[in-house]
Design a binder for this molecule. Sequence first.
Ligand SMILES: Cc1ncc(COP(=O)(O)O)c(C=O)c1O
Length: 987
Amino acid sequence: MSYDQTATAEVLSAPTKTVASVALSSNKKVDWIEQLPSERFAQRHLGPTDKDVEKMLSVLGFDSVEGLISAAVPAGIRLNKALNVDAALSETEALKKIAAIASKNQVCRSYIGLGYHSCITPPVIQRNILENPGWYTQYTPYQPEISQGRLEALLNYQTMVSDLTGLEIANASLLDEGTAAAEAMSMSFGVCKNKDAKQAKKFWVSAACHPQTIEVIRTRSQPLNIEVVIGNHQDADAFAQQGPFFGALLQYPATDGAIFDYTDFVEQAHTTGTIVTVAADLLSLTLLKAPGEFGADIAVGNTQRFGVPLGYGGPHAAYFATKQEYARKLPGRLVGLSKDAKGAPALRLALQTREQHIRRDSATSNICTAQVLLAIIASTYAVYHGPSGVKAIAHRVHSLTTALADGLKKLGYTLGEAPVFDTLTVQTGGRTEEILGRSLTRKVNLRIGEETIGISLNETTGIEQLEELLEIFAGDKPAPSVASLRPQPLPERFKRTSDYLTHPVFNQYHSETELLRYLYSLQKKDLSLADAMIPLGSCTMKLNATAEMVPITWPEFGQIHPFAPIEQTQGYQILFKQLEDWLAEITGFAGISLQPNAGSQGEYTGLLVIRAYHEAREETHRTICLIPQSAHGTNPASAVMAGMKVVAVKCDEAGNIDVADLSAKAQKHSENLAALMVTYPSTHGVFEESIKSVCEIVHTHGGQVYMDGANMNAQVGLCSPGDIGADVCHLNLHKTFCIPHGGGGPGVGPIGVAAHLVPFLPGHSLISCNKNEQAIGAVASAPWGSASILPISWMYIQMMGAKGLKQASELSILSANYIAKRLEGHYDILYKGENGLVAHECIVDLREFKKTAQVNVDDVAKRLIDYGFHPPTMSWPVAGTIMVEPTESEALPELDRFCEAMIAIRQEIQQIESEKITVEESPLHYAPHTAADLVGEWSRAYSREAAVFPTQWTRDRKFWPSVNRIDQAYGDRNLICTCPSMDEFDE
Ligand SMILES: Cc1ncc(COP(=O)(O)O)c(C=O)c1O
């Protein structure tokens, strides 16, 4: 890690130095001055008050929180020390401190390109989406009846991508361009029909691809035993001789800016069944012939420049589009049209059976959390600007670029011959250093090659910026005036002639008033944390505090290119270092990598690190990965992607790992044991007593223990993965550490590792983030993944301090147990620990009601919507159950309301059981109810009030679902995944 230690020390001592003048700063206290409420952030983050805690404890029969925790968390794993993290700061103090850190970043004008471009986030989008909890606190739209708003925004996104790429179907986002290209490689292998090519396992990559994409492809090809061949697309003979290839990857325009006509290449590739992927710049596609139009099978790329800040590398939404015939092989989530119970059009996630949570170890992609919020920003950018607006932006960028080329030629520089869109590669003739010196003085970043300099222009480039660039390259010479320059049109044969963004949604919200109302009409359809609690087991939908969110849109964090010189990003380096230190302390590990940009990517990276460790010990045969049956679907999918073979381990009746089965399997595979993947507390929501011995068994057989940290919210400050005996663990910063879920992303999935694995943490060839020679290659496009949202977790830890963090874990356990206790006698709680307690979530068993009342898990979940709640996690890890995770942020009245809703629903089931009403007549059957249900004749067996206002609080604060229950299967049979025309709605 390269960072300036003096700067770090200076900034980290900021509370004493820069905040000392604030009367109530942490180190200046006078007895008679009372604390301001704003100085106690933990009390704002934690829902239950001290009185509530007392009440909850008494319901559970405990005198103290410590008593409860001692009974819930096995003594053998308890941390016997306080976490060594900084003392809690108030919101004001923490914001000052992070502002001091941010000020160490230098915001320069960036022309580095490489798939990342400065752009303008329209303020109406920044304020009303990016900074709006109504959007950013939503969960993944697994409950479509309360998610129609974001599903529509995502359908817009899919339509935009499909239109611009000229391909029939696009998913609802992937994590970044590099990983999207790697997903394309895997999919190409899956769909390629040439047996010889599949046998040969060779993937061809154009040398003109962005270097970070090539690196991610290389990293990800290795465990799959795919040979990557780097070549020149113009060398048809070499392609023919080195093949056959199952897939090929091109960059359009090429990384140096050149636009090539790939038609011949694609034709040649198709003769041997090679699946061709084109990594294309989305903005350029408004002017250039679309990849689908010259035969590409897949297109991938970054949508960042559609209004999403650079953010030092992320988060941004990557797109993935392909032909309809490959719809069932498409990685990631896909939004599709279906209909609701009344036949009205309704959206939902389509073709779920493709996804890792169903396919497990036969999945070819492990992607789960994606980049929904950023995809929504990008699609709304297209909605706001419309086809002519985005074309005008592209046109201006192109004109400025070709005009600049004219100026540079006038200055005597040599440029490539090929036409360009936004990027020039200038031969410097040995003047690189001199030009660089001038550019840095002017705070301008260029792409530096050996004898070349790259310049990529963008939406923020205007006349002044062009003048500045010309002066930088002119040096002592007079720079030509911009007015004297002549832009060049694109050659006709590259020009796009087809229409795009023709759907009405892209053509009617171009005034701010109209867009604002459109956005609010969508937002109103979606239940977010701004409406009610979202008690999703395994997802930790806790408070995303405003103070945590504020810094992410500061230019010092937002406007930094991922490959900016490291000296300009000292603020980020300080932030990373401190966050890494805190996370290492919290997890009990020696090193952290912040690169993986979702939990699934953390899993994958952790397993690659384990793989590299075995390889370094010359034990490459260690490829068996033991995974409990109850594991999340990403676990087996990640293991297979990391080149491992999954062996399932049984769980016992109490939901714990069956230690006897584990021992037997570890023994059987002792020679080849690579790892065990285990979630703790278990996916069944229990602190398993056996966890330490489980780790010992695996270690005895030479394996490494991978801990899935999705449930870390029950551990922080109470126990730690490192201490328990794990070797690697990923964290979901978008769960435990307050990064909002964004409606299905962004996420951050850093990994912590024990000392012996530190050398293998991921590196990055463009900006070194782990200099160790044994470092595995980049797993994501940017060295620190989704850097710009890391301030959220930093703020959380800084404002909570050691005490607050521990309290959060304690209260999350208290709240889950309180719910479990209150529901006792009404429902069975499926699994409990030795003392009859759960961890931070509980599984409510609904299976019996299928027999007694023909009521299924869907009925209960959808009826909860009528009571104003987001349903808990359904049918995972056990089919026919719901898993409730209240988190520490929910106040007691909200917990009570939830329990009352559940108890009332139980009474509704009882009505069916006692034959007072049939299931077909009951509100459970018709749930959720919409406002439209109330209009007209009412012939139901229950009242309108019972339908929509089953309690007083629903009258006071009603959340109205916009559609009735959605028919999932209908949409899969009639797949429509782009904005439908009115005819399609009618059919
Ligand atoms: C137990 C568990 N592991 C892994 C994941 C995957 O994390 P992500 O969605 O961030 O990729 C999840 C996601 O919900 C999870 O619950």
